[in-house]
Design a protein around this ligand. Structure first.
Ligand code: ZN
Length: 91
């Protein structure tokens, strides 16, 4: 289990799973990235940034939240978008 973090749009009730927080060198916390079903892996390179930017552009001017599923249980009611959905649009 564990706590998962999401970028979500409250206006559209859509969420993008960013995975768990991981400790990097120096104790810096990062999220896993954006999950790709095609790659069966968390993307945390430029592709993840492209997907996040696509999300921002689709939801410009909306109420965006960065939340975790422990503190924000309504996340269960949000539609889940796959990183791949955005990636197809990007390429
Ligand atoms: Zn939106």
């Amino acid at each position: 289990m564990g706590t998962y973090y999401y970028l979500c749009c409250k206006t559209c009730r859509i969420s993008l799973n960013l995975g768990k927080k991981l400790a990097k060198e120096g104790g810096r916390l990062v999220v896993q990235g954006v999950y790709s079903d095609k790659e069966r892996a968390w993307l945390n390179d430029k592709r993840a940034w492209d997907i996040i930017q696509a999300f921002f552009q689709q939801h410009e001017g909306h109420d965006l939240l960065f939340v975790n599923d422990d503190d924000f249980s309504q996340i269960q009611l949000y539609d889940y978008v796959e990183g791949d959905d955005f990636w197809d649009g990007v390429t």
